[in-house]
Design a protein around this ligand. Structure first.
Ligand SMILES: O=CCCC(=O)O
Length: 504
């Protein structure tokens, strides 16, 4: 199906213009929505539309799920080795399209070109990882029974059609983290994209077809903010969908969980975070600062594992804040992601800006001091906020309890290990936490007692394809990467019991 004309005057160039299609993708074909309606894609760096996509509704879910179901009958029978080869080919095509994908990504998310390239490099660690998992993560086991003459045989089988509800902050990495795991397991998938970032997901599905996956193995439904709840609900309650994976807010995660529970559907939920970043007096301050700069300012603070609360022990508090402000002021240059000198891009949505402004005002009203920035949307085009650092933060402020998701950073003072552990855990969330100390005993104590699914010990980033990614408490359940665990989310376990006649 021909592209719609809005791709004829792109604000950037592509090495391979065939990569980008402003359609949904079902059963190996580019499609429009059943209503014919479309919605606009806004460049967060200008605040202006630059493309549009089909606005799918709940009515478009049925053909997409049927196509994934038909593909499942074929694809689930492929040998693990054949699945691994297809995944490898897909991985190679994505790597080859890196530069084009990065440019599209900048215009969907507002992140910088360097960050967009970094996201693709990160994303392809998942496609690479699941090439290996396709062959080695699906094995079962045999068991010697307690009953004489009996043996148990445990096999793993793909669960069926999976639905992925994906966020806008890392739309390539998180589609790939979910889809590569599902495809490695032998499942097929229908992905519903975020309204802000549909195009990169369609590129990935198109490349999957080019790699040789059967039509219907990976389908992508694009939809507007308005129609998102309807499409998501139709996927969650569809009887042929056996598994739902969602990344997004805790509020929506609980709705998804409720819908899926109606049919006892298996879920993986990667939800919000309120991650503490704790720096003790005995830390290597240089190391802590470097890691904090990379973690907090990554994609303008719009990552679920970013540090939401920075706790610094009182002995180094003033010096730490001074250096943090100095480095942030000198190294962060706000601007459109495509400009070479930009190191801090736009926020992806105006909703994010509004919320950040509210959180900033609440903190200042309750006594926080502004050490950098002004916690306010910048004048002019695009969704920009200059990096903002607040000090003398206290636990009664809204920023202490809510996910910030913006380039606003609050620094809290603490005195003792016991105190900071209590305050760090005083949140319903449990996604990640970070601890900086040279005391190995303290590292262990903090590792074991911090209530979160991922802990950085003198390290500020805990996401890697080879280790399990996921939270506890209100940050959700299930794991999205790592050995055996992530692929298991898309497998069922079946037990066979054999009685051996004339056993001796
Ligand atoms: O925002 C959530 C995902 C971030 C990551 O994978 O590092």
């Amino acid at each position: 199906m021909a592209k719609n004309s809005d791709l004829q005057q792109l604000p950037f160039t592509l090495e391979d213009p065939d990569l980008l299609h402003n359609k949904s993708y079902v059963n190996g074909k580019f499609i429009d929505s059943s209503t014919g309606n479309r919605f606009q894609i806004i460049d967060p760096g200008t605040g202006k539309p630059w493309a549009s996509c089909p606005d799918c509704t709940a009515a478009d879910v049925e053909p997409a799920v049927q196509s994934a179901h038909a593909a499942f009958r074929i694809y689930s029978k492929f040998t693990p080795s054949r699945r691994a080869q297809l995944l490898l080919k897909w991985h190679q095509l994505i790597v080859a399209a890196r530069e084009d994908l990065a440019r599209i990504l900048v215009h969907e998310t507002g992140k910088t070109l360097a960050e967009a390239r970094g996201e693709i490099d990160y994303a392809t660690t998942f496609s690479w990882w699941f090439v290996g998992e396709a062959e080695r993560g699906v094995h079962g086991s045999t068991v010697v029974s307690a009953i004489p003459g009996r043996r148990g045989v445990v096999i793993k089988q793909p669960i069926g059609v999976a639905a992925a509800l994906v966020p806008w902050n890392f739309p390539i990495a998180l589609v790939l983290r979910k889809a590569a795991a599902a495809l490695a397991a032998g499942c097929t998938m229908v992905a519903k994209t975020s309204p802000e970032t549909p195009l990169t997901a369609v590129c990935l599905a198109h490349l999957a077809s080019k790699a040789g996956f059967p039509p219907g193995t990976l389908n992508v439904l694009t939809t507007s903010l308005e129609n998102t709840p309807g499409v998501a609900e139709a996927l969650c309650v569809h009887p042929l969908v056996k598994k739902v994976t969602f990344t997004g807010s805790t509020r929506v995660g609980k709705i998804i969980s409720g819908l899926c529970s109606q049919n006892l559907k298996k879920t993986t939920l990667e939800l919000g975070g309120n991650c503490p970043f704790i720096v003790f007096d005995d830390a290597n301050v240089e190391q802590a600062l470097g890691q904090l700069m990379a973690l907090k300012w990554r994609h303008a603070g719009q990552a679920c594992i970013t540090s939401n609360r920075v706790f610094v022990q009182s002995g180094i508090y003033d010096a730490f804040v001074e250096e943090l402000v100095k480095r942030s002021a000198s190294s962060l240059r706000l601007g459109h992601g495509m400009h070479e000198e930009t190191t801090l891009g736009a926020l992806t949505t105006p909703r994010g800006l509004d919320k950040a402004e509210e959180l900033y005002q609440d903190a200042v009203a309750k006594g926080a001091k502004t050490a950098l920035g002004r916690g306010k949307r910048e004048d002019g085009d695009g969704y920009f906020m200059a990096p903002t650092i607040l000090t003398e933060m206290t636990d009664d402020m809204a920023m202490t309890h809510e996910e910030i998701f913006a380039p606003v950073l609050g620094v809290y003072r603490f005195e003792t290990e016991e105190e900071v552990l209590r305050r760090a855990n005083d949140t319903p969330y449990g996604l990640a936490g970070y601890v900086f100390t040279k005391n190995v005993d303290r590292q262990w104590r903090m590792f074991e007692n911090l209530e979160a699914g991922m802990i950085g010990l003198n390290a500020g980033n805990s996401s890697a394809a080879e280790t399990p990614f996921g939270g506890i408490k209100d940050s959700g359940h299930g794991k999205e990467s790592g050995k055996d665990v992530a692929i298991n989310e898309y497998l069922i376990t079946k037990t066979g019991t054999m009685a051996i006649e004339n056993h001796y």
